[in-house]
Design a protein around this ligand. Structure first.
Ligand SMILES: Cc1ncc(COP(=O)(O)O)c(C=O)c1O
Length: 375
């Protein structure tokens, strides 16, 4: 058995009884759509995040679409975000008819460079008077909070809404607050490989606003009004399956402990790789990462290829998040970007790779990984 990149089996062995019992309960009560586990999970997730409301939905992608729609973002609007992220971030902005405007990343944290946000906003206002800047969508990449003091401040002084793409960061903290409690709406994903994952697709939106919550509740079920067959706006089918909520409930219980274990694994990497010559991840003061990925930088693209081959040989899986930033993706060719437009994202994309990460990564396996990297 090789070292798993993400170890879901060990976790399942730990909570098998509760998960199986919960799934069995759903099979017996038969409320597969919006069953009681949905409400129970939403209440517990909101309590965990420290928000007034949590709205479960079908995926992290659905969560972003629901948030954008609830904030009234659509054609003619611009949303500032990062190009160094998963497709869904900018895709959802385009999906609602708005234009994603990319802001390059900070070379140390790989998150949106808050210094470049104000400049990008000024540039946007000057070059695209046809667009109304409506929101910022920062992404807590790899489970690490963005520079929220600055981002929230710039957003506030420019009348922009903030949608946190926390798909990778559920549980992460910024100055003692969960990032799910920041911005107007924070969105997350419960894709199986995420720090808190279900056994299929799932996601959630978090907000303190009754008004936004009410809109998202309606949008999640085809824009329904007070009655099931009264539709007051265009919405979608964005519900989470009851079975996924049933799976998430026991996982949420052990999640605080798992976050602690993830941080222990990250600390062991930091110690074991300090002489590896790789650039290791940084965690700014006041942040607690949930380590969705432990990502390091090789000296160059060629060095990365060689290291990945060496690790493969030693039975160590690796992955690259993300080899091609979004501004260079064919899907966004209409935005007219060219190589060199987002130099930090492009350079990091050439050198970055991620190592196995899970709360249950065995110390012996980690030693194997570190030895292969330091050799
Ligand atoms: C940064 C980011 N945003 C959005 C998503 C979309 O989440 P989902 O796959 O649950 O739709 C992901 C998931 O991979 C992600 O990593």
């Amino acid at each position: 058995m090789g070292i798993p990149f993400i170890d879901l089996k060990t976790q399942y062995a730990r909570i098998q009884e509760q998960v199986n019992r919960n799934i069995q309960n759903v099979l017996e009560h038969g409320q597969y759509i919006m069953g009681p586990e949905i409400r129970e999970f939403e209440a517990k997730a909101a309590a965990f995040a420290g928000t007034k409301h949590a709205l479960s939905c079908g995926s992290g992608t659905d969560a972003l679409v629901l948030a954008l729609m609830a904030l009234g973002i659509g054609p003619g609007d611009a949303v500032l975000t990062t190009p160094f992220t998963f497709m869904a971030t900018a895709e959802t902005i385009a999906l609602v008819g708005a234009v994603p405007v990319f802001v390059d990343i900070d070379p140390a944290t790989y998150n949106m460079d808050s210094d470049k946000l104000a400049a990008a906003l000024a540039g946007l206002k000057a070059s695209r008077p046809d667009l109304t800047p409506k929101a910022v969508m920062p992404v807590d990449l790899f489970g690490l909070a963005c520079d929220y003091d600055r981002i929230l401040d710039i957003a506030k002084s420019n009348g922009l809404k903030v949608i946190v793409d926390g798909a990778q960061s559920f549980g992460a903290e910024y100055n003692g607050t969960k990032t799910a409690a920041l911005g107007d709406v924070a969105c997350t994903s419960f894709f199986p490989a995420k720090p808190l994952g279900c056994y299929g697709d799932g996601g959630a939106c978090f907000t303190d606003s009754d008004e936004i919550q009410a809109l998202m509740v309606s949008l999640r079920v085809h824009g329904q009004g007070t009655d099931k067959y009264e539709n007051v706006r265009i919405g979608m089918n964005g519900r989470m399956d009851t079975i996924q909520a049933a799976v998430l409930l026991p996982k949420l219980e052990i999640f605080p402990e798992e976050i602690r274990l993830r941080n222990e694994v990250a600390a062991r990497y930091a110690e074991g790789l300090k002489n590896s010559g790789l650039v290791l991840p940084v965690v700014p003061e006041g942040c607690v990462s949930v380590w969705a990925q432990y990502s390091v930088l090789a000296g160059s693209g060629e060095e990365r290829t060689a290291i990945q081959a060496r690790l493969k040989e030693a039975g160590v899986p690796t992955a690259i998040y993300y080899p091609k930033p979004l501004h260079l993706q064919t899907a966004f060719a209409n935005l007219g970007h060219k190589p060199g437009d987002m130099p930090v994202s492009e350079a990091v994309g050439e050198r970055i790779f991620s190592l196995p990460m899970s709360p249950y990564l065995a110390e012996a396996d980690q030693q194997t990984i570190c030895a292969a990297l330091c050799g």
